[in-house]
Design a protein around this ligand. Structure first.
Ligand code: URA
Length: 182
């Protein structure tokens, strides 16, 4: 019963102990959370990559630099934001998380969201959408209410590494929805 996890520390402890899917056999470090414990904005990424697996810190590599730029662009203070991932263990060769892995990690994702209780959830790409919206699809840059929360879907930062021209669209997605987080 995930409601027995009263605090973020309880969730973290259970993530560290989890062996619900085979990724727990290959993981170096589980990757849980970065940022505020009571954020206005919660970003949901995809899965830990190599750097994250080595350090246990979400978004600490190249995609993380782009996420930092976005946070600066949004003018979010340190206490305003947090980032978590749909799954907490790195999939081999950075492949997309599969259905079994997403389902196995879902109780952690759900309870993290409840306890962090953000005003706005920003889904970073399609995997976050898949994990959080149970198959419902959203347009890029669209906002919808889901389970009582405002949700905005934007590009995953890694999608901007080789296609920097998407940055303009990404900024527009934030500009059009500033009223939700400022
Ligand atoms: N990409 C993600 O989706 N999450 C991370 O933590 C790092 C890269």
């Amino acid at each position: 019963m995930t409601s027995e996890w009263k605090t973020l520390e309880d969730v973290e402890e259970n993530i560290f102990e989890c062996k619900a899917c085979p990724l727990s056999e290959t993981v170096i470090n589980k990757v849980v959370h970065k940022g505020s414990d009571s954020p206005k904005v919660l970003f949901i990424g995809e899965a830990p990559g190599k750097n994250e697996d080595e350090t246990g810190v979400p978004f600490c590599g190249r995609a993380g630099k782009i996420l930092d730029e976005l946070i600066d662009y949004a003018e979010l203070k340190e206490s305003d934001w947090a980032v978590i991932n749909t799954i907490k263990c790195r999939p081999p060769k950075n492949r997309n998380p599969n259905k079994t892995e997403l389902e196995a990690c879902k109780p952690f994702l759900k309870r993290q969201i409840e306890l962090l209780d953000p005003k706005l959830i920003i889904l970073l790409g399609n995997t976050a959408e898949k994990a959080f919206l149970n198959g419902q699809k959203m347009e890029w840059g669209a906002v919808e209410e889901f389970e009582g929360r405002n949700v905005l879907k934007i590009f995953h930062p890694a999608a901007l590494i080789y296609t920097r021209s998407r940055t303009e669209d990404q900024h527009r997605f934030l500009d059009e929805n500033r009223y939700l987080f400022s």
